[in-house]
Design a binder for this molecule. Sequence first.
Ligand code: HEC
Ligand code: HEC
Length: 153
Amino acid sequence: MWRDSDSDSSDNTVYHNQGTSCLSCHKAPATGAEGYSFLSGGTIYTELNATTAAQYATGYTIRALLDTNLSINYISGRGYGNSRSQDTALSNDYNFTAQVVNSSGVVVNSSATNSHSTASNLDCNVCHTAAGANGAPGRIHIATPVVTSGTPL
Ligand code: HEC
Ligand code: HEC
């Protein structure tokens, strides 16, 4: 079971605040940047400890697999490697597995099962810094080989 967070309104300029707290500017409701708010967002990199723009992972997006088995597919943009969602399911209280998917929807990295929650883990980049904060190992990134659960390689 899955659904898209909204219609695709991505605008992939190269740079848009990658690696910083999206919700510090876009927090719902109303007072978001230029009136544009969403519920969750983050940046995907090619490497765990990435520090440069060359390491933004284009063509990948975030998916939140809720503990109800509903998948929330984020929308890419704005900016390479960024994705975000305004799916209203995220405003309810769930645990979820945080995933990275490629453009075919194949999971290429994942948190531990249901280790993230809508109450605490929607502003991805707050913890997924280059060095990692609050126990996160580093950036949200694409892992090789593909993993579908547990600690990424
Ligand atoms: C420092 C404040 C700030 C941060 C942090 C920020 N944004 Fe933005 N964002 C803006 C502003 C201001 C606009 C509207 C002006 C513009 O078009 O650039 C905008 C516009 C957008 C848009 C386009 C909205 C539309 O109407 O199509 C998207 C999508 C977006 N941001 C996503 C993100 C994501 C994802 C993150 C986190 C990686 C993020 N933003 C971080 C300030 C910010
Ligand atoms: C409050 C801090 C925090 C926030 C916010 C957070 N995470 Fe995590 N994340 C963690 C911790 C701690 C781990 C390591 C344990 C695990 O795998 O669950 C982790 C692990 C991961 C992993 C596997 C390791 C990796 O990065 O390769 C992915 C993928 C991930 N998170 C994605 C996300 C996404 C997507 C979001 C936003 C929807 C997010 N996280 C928000 C703390 C956080």
